[in-house]
Design a protein around this ligand. Sequence first.
Ligand code: SF4
Ligand code: SF4
Length: 432
Amino acid sequence: MTVIPIKPTVEAAAFNRSRQAREAEVMLDKLIDDFDENPKSMQYFYDLFRTVYIHGVTLPRPAGPQVGMTCIQAPEELIYAVGATPIRLCNGAYHYDQIGADFMPAKSCSLVKATLGRLHDQEKGVPRIGKLDMIVNPSTCDQKKKAGVMMEDMGYPVHDLEFPNVKESEASRVYWQRSVRDFAVRLQQLTGKKLTRNRLNAAMARTRRAQIAFRALHNLRRKAPSLVLGKDIFLVTNAYFFDDLERWTAATEALVEELKQRDADGFNAAQKKAPRILFTGSPPIFPNLKLPLLIEEAGGVVVADETCSANRMLYDMPVVDEWMVNHMIDSLADHYLKPCTCPIFTRNDDRRRRLIDLARDFNADGVVYQAFSGCQVYEMEQRSVAKTLNDAGIPMLYIETDYSPDDMGQLTTRIEAFLESIKARKRQAKVS
Ligand code: SF4
Ligand code: SF4
């Protein structure tokens, strides 16, 4: 059984009484207590979130620099290969969203506001992370681009990882490969360690083991009846942002084994006839797991997702069979560009294709699309996504929201109505 090293401190005791700890506690308690028969192996993740988010404990990290990442487009294998530790900084706390609102425009994305809100006091160090030696900020959406400069103004060393607006052209591919090579150079300067073929291979072997564990988990979600709820999967993948890589992998492998046993026992984690939901859009990040929570409290089950806090972050495994380090970096860069379905791209046919594939593979009855208010790219893509799904006979519920808990009542009503309409549709299909 994987154990989280806990060292309570005086600071941790004070943190425990803070608003952010309370916000995390309310969400975590709901995720655990509102459901029966949570998988036993989820205890590791429940304890991890309680330790870090509620007790405010900073996890021990390996020696070497810490590199904050503001998006999944930064190749973490390069960071591990030079002996540094990546930490994803995307934040889901309403508490930090409100702090970020003091210096961001009123209509900006909660994710970016909360990420900046958490980083704002560089003097005190980043809560639950401590000192960051560098932040890598892929220049994806406009808000992320401008946020990088604001982080620099706060005193952080920021590396802008230049990201192309299109992914189909050879020119953008070459531009991105060059950008990733520059990042590799900057990392080597930071750590003083040379990036070698062996180090990169070793780093890729570590992340691959984690990705294999995730893929096994992902594939088990195809099963009907469902073996696990989506709210737990989002906790597992959110833990990947900050947990020790090997500990996370071992805990995920344990969960996979338990789910296999559940499958053999004919276990059903969801309600009978629970509508199967595919989740897409702006990423659910703890403690803002309100939509997955509301869907499953209302009797649905999230069976798959197309988000950068879960599936998009871990599904695709880099396969690099080059011999020269620079060629390995180029291959790695390709791996990060080609499968990306983030709406920041000018065209995004891949995203619609991926959604249809996921809906079919996972036998989804409907799609819930979350767009954070102020995220223009997710807001703008919703019409074309809805049309594609509609043409394929898959209903979609579009929800524009933010990190505030104020709309939970109204969202519950909309989600319940959506799930009811799916059930009615299925009944109808049975009769005709
Ligand atoms: S939504 Fe897109 S730009 Fe934002 S963190 Fe996710 S992958 Fe990166
Ligand atoms: S949700 Fe939208 S605005 Fe926010 S980080 Fe992602 S792409 Fe950018």
